[in-house]
Design a protein around this ligand. Structure first.
Ligand code: NAP
Length: 461
């Protein structure tokens, strides 16, 4: 009787400014932090606890009662208790019938249980309207009101009205509710806080692997080779010269790897004559982490810019410059200005500056705060057209830098090409294939396929 009247009270539209009482089961870290925040936002809070003794950790103004008594005082009950203790709720099933029961729990491992904690709670309390929420915010962020923590609260549940009530509370606490649909989404929401940069794993491992490979490659050719054959100790190259070789190479290769899956997808679609067949898993995964690959590439390009700017300060560079001047003075012979070289060096720098500018522009547009403010066409224009322009400029920058040495035998120490030559392989393949794909005789069928046309339709009309 008591239970029903409190439900009707809570579900009725709130005509006054007074907020409805919220019950929190559990006076642990999260229960206390949430209760504190709710009281600050004007919600009367009643705790359901195994011990009704008020400790000074419990927010002042909150009541602490037994679970059964507390549940009867509110229409919304938040379960701030670990899943393994949920059994204690079974005897309370009748009292919780018709109430909105909010599951906020997390697990220690991904997919730890066959069903989500929220679905398990719904099985234990068949009459309750179970909603999943709050598990992605931490007790610390709630208590300290940290601006640097995520304010997004994923909410899901089968009862639309119950979900709405929980989303209203989320909003009142100054957080942002994100409706994720039915309770089936709970497993994904529970796995979310356990993930550690899932989209960054492949790009990070790839970057680390390639960086290590290029580091040892440069160490062998620039330090060990010169020591063995020229008796020069260039070990200090490890500090700036080698990183400044690896960074542009990594930036260019990773940028090309952002665009390679799109080119491969186009070839697969052309070959199959349909877009209605799934790409291989590896290609799907690769496409999903293109943004991360691009951002890592941008980080390498930025490092390259900084390393290049400090070049004139380096003692090796100053020594080499003064050595050149002194040798001209000793020989009493001034080297004439080589305009071809001047052209090459200025073009190389200009292409690098322009490439870096567009690189930054494309990188900034991939940030959610910026991409949210442009429409789909604008986003595609920047990511695709300006992205390819960046790839062209950066490839040209590398070609102008090293083009003249391609045929010079001195560029091949131990018969191995320099790393800037290696860095050109993937970008050149991507650009050549992309160039072929934009030919009208290929672009037209590809566009048709992407609009739904099939060469051999499975279901004919
Ligand atoms: P906690 O500090 O260990 O508190 C859990 C509370 O559960 C205890 O204070 C106790 O409250 C109650 N409890 C313990 N054993 C019980 C039992 N056998 N039967 C009934 N009640 C029992 O845990 P917490 O950090 O607050 O986390 C609570 C829930 O919030 C967990 O499911 C967690 O995954 C979730 N969560 C926590 C955070 C966080 O930052 N801490 C963030 C998101 C989600 P009483 O003594 O009052 O009965």
């Amino acid at each position: 009787m008591n239970t029903n009247s409190s439900n009707i009270m809570a579900l009725a539209p709130n005509t006054s400014n007074k907020r409805e009482t919220v019950c929190i089961f559990g006076t642990g870290d999260f229960g206390r932090a949430l209760g504190h925040k709710m009281i600050q936002s004007g919600y009367p809070v009643v705790y359901g606890s195994r011990s009704t003794q008020i400790s000074n950790l419990i927010p002042k103004d909150a009541e602490v009662l037994s679970h059964a008594e507390a549940a009867q005082k509110a229409a919304i009950i938040i379960i701030a208790i670990q899943r393994q203790h949920y059994n204690f709720l079974t005897p309370l099933a009748e009292i919780l019938r018709g109430k909105v029961v909010v599951d906020i729990s997390n697990n220690l491992k991904l997919n730890q249980y066959p069903e989500s904690n929220a679905e398990y709670l719904a099985q234990l309390l068949p009459g309750a309207k179970v909603v999943k929420a709050f598990n992605t915010v931490s007790a610390w962020a709630l208590q300290s009101g940290a601006l640097d923590a995520s304010r997004q609260v994923f909410v899901c549940g089968d009862d639309v009205e119950a979900k709405q009530m929980v989303m209203n509370i989320v909003r009142a606490l100054g957080l942002t509710p994100l409706d994720q649909g039915s309770l089936l989404a709970a497993q994904g929401i529970e796995n979310y806080p356990l993930q550690l940069f899932p989209m960054w794993k492949f790009p990070m491992f790839l970057s680390l692997g390639l960086t290590a490979f290029f580091f040892f490659y440069c160490l062998a050719l620039d330090v060990i080779y010169t020591y063995v054959y020229e008796k020069n100790n260039f070990s200090f190259f490890i500090a700036i010269t080698i990183p400044n070789r690896i960074c542009p190479v990594m930036a260019l290769i990773l940028l090309a790897l952002v665009y390679l899956p799109g080119v491969l997808a186009a070839i697969i679609q052309l070959y199959r004559g349909t877009k209605y067949r799934r790409f291989p898993d590896w290609l799907d995964k690769w496409m999903l982490c293109r943004k991360q690959l691009g951002l890592i590439a941008l980080a390498f390009a930025s490092l390259h810019a900084v390393f290049t700017l400090v070049s004139p300060m380096r003692s090796f560079v100053r020594w080499r410059t003064s050595k050149g001047i002194i040798s001209q003075a000793l020989n009493n012979k001034t080297e004439p200005l080589d305009t071809t070289n001047a052209w090459l060096s200025d073009s190389y720098l200009a292409l690098g500056i322009l490439g870096f500018f567009f690189f930054v522009l494309v990188g900034i547009t991939s940030l959610p705060s910026v991409s949210n403010s442009v429409n789909w066409r604008e986003f595609r224009f920047v990511q695709s057209k300006l992205g390819y322009l960046t790839l062209i400029l950066c490839t040209a920058h590398t070609l102008v830098y090293g083009g003249k040495w391609f045929l010079s035998p001195s560029a091949y120490r131990w018969y191995l090409p320099n790393i800037y030559m290696l860095s050109l392989v993937v970008p050149c393949i991507v650009l050549v294939v992309k160039f072929v794909l934009v030919f009208p005789c290929i672009d037209k069928p590809l566009t048709q396929i992407r609009q739904g046309w099939e060469r051999n339709p499975k279901y004919s009309e």
